[in-house]
Design a binder for this molecule. Structure first.
Ligand SMILES: [Zn+2]
Length: 335
């Protein structure tokens, strides 16, 4: 087989290095791409048994469609048949609500469609400003006396400062883990009994593994729909390799999140070790002819916090162009 780094000859050195790492250590379990039209329902060899609580019909029901990837991330097509209604409601009201609250501001900026369309952000106390997408672009409405959007007409940039809805960081990690467990082939489930118990525990003070073992690698690619929404699951090639057993790469909107699906059963040997975990490359780093509209941003996020965060703010910079007509009228339009 031709090594991947030889196929992507236009890749940056860092991307080639990452490709080498993932090729040596991991093989793909699968890749899932939600389709706007059409429906895929993943099934189990044991119909009527819930993957999460292990209860079976008729003790639990399976009337609702269970989203394999949370609906708030824009998934309207990929469902599972092995999540009971009780677990579906429990996750929906709990960790997936945390994921929705945590990601809402950025989703509004990126235009990812969730259950109720693209989220509209508004200042709850005063309704002095609103931020929404419509077919013509982004619309920001605000009271000039209390700017949440600051426009710099020289650099043609709008800096938006928005509050996140309250969320508990580790609940967001659990929502990532729950999504990965929903997509796992069933023969992998014995390696994740502890992880399933962890995501089913509504007490977020109860930890699973050392928090240092939970990096979340975050990539932001600027532009209008620069990436294809997908989830990729990768499994360690051999148990002797010093890397986590399963990693998950989630792409939606302008963002890529990469983390570990923790396996107490498989990853015990890694405890206390420094584990290498490079960023999975985006198409922009693999092909020379793909150019993002602005530099790709990367950081390591810490989502291991166990307490509710009530008033966190995030800041985003948008660039805009003036169309001829707007320029004449003296109005700017966010691009
Ligand atoms: Zn269940």
């Amino acid at each position: 087989m031709v090594p991947l780094q030889d196929i992507f000859t236009g890749a940056t050195e860092e991307a080639k290095d990452a490709l080498r790492f993932y090729e040596e250590n991991y093989s793909s379990i699968g890749q899932w791409i939600p389709q706007p039209r059409g429906k895929v329902i993943l099934t189990s060899s044991k119909p009527g048994v819930c993957r999460f609580c292990s209860l079976a019909h008729p003790n639990v029901s399976f009337r609702k469609e269970a989203h394999a990837i949370p609906e708030c991330l824009g998934n309207t097509s990929l469902f599972t048949k092995y999540e009971c209604d009780a677990c579906n409601k429990f996750f929906g009201d709990g960790i997936e609500t945390n994921l929705g609250s945590w990601s809402k501001a950025q989703r509004a900026l990126s235009g990812v469609r969730g259950k109720r369309g693209v989220p509209k952000l508004k200042e709850e106390s005063s309704s002095r400003w609103r931020f929404e997408h419509d077919p013509t672009g982004i619309k920001i409405t605000q009271d000039e006396t209390d700017p949440i959007a600051v426009v710099n007409e020289v650099t043609k940039e709008i800096t938006l400062t928005v509050h996140r809805d309250p969320y508990t960081p580790v609940a967001v990690l659990k929502a990532f883990a729950k999504m990965a467990i929903s997509l796992l082939p069933e023969e992998e489930l014995p390696s994740f009994h502890a992880a399933i118990a962890w995501i089913r525990n509504s007490d977020h003070q109860i930890g699973l593994v050392k928090t240092s073992f939970f990096p979340v690698l975050y990539t932001f690619v600027p532009g209008n729909n620069p990436l294809v929404d997908s989830v990729i699951l990768l499994r360690r090639r051999r148990d002797t390799l010093p890397v986590p057993y399963v990693t998950v790469v989630l792409t939606y909107g302008n963002e890529v999140f990469q983390t570990v699906l923790p396996s107490l059963e498989r990853d015990a040997a890694l405890s206390g070790q420094k584990v290498r975990f490079p960023f999975f490359p985006t198409p922009y780093e693999l092909a020379r002819d793909l150019e993002p509209v602005a530099p790709i941003q990367r950081e390591r996020l810490d989502l291991t916090g166990r307490s509710l965060l009530a008033r966190e703010t995030i800041q985003t910079v948008l660039r805009y162009e003036l169309s001829k007509r707007d320029e004449a009228a003296g109005n700017g339009t966010a691009a």
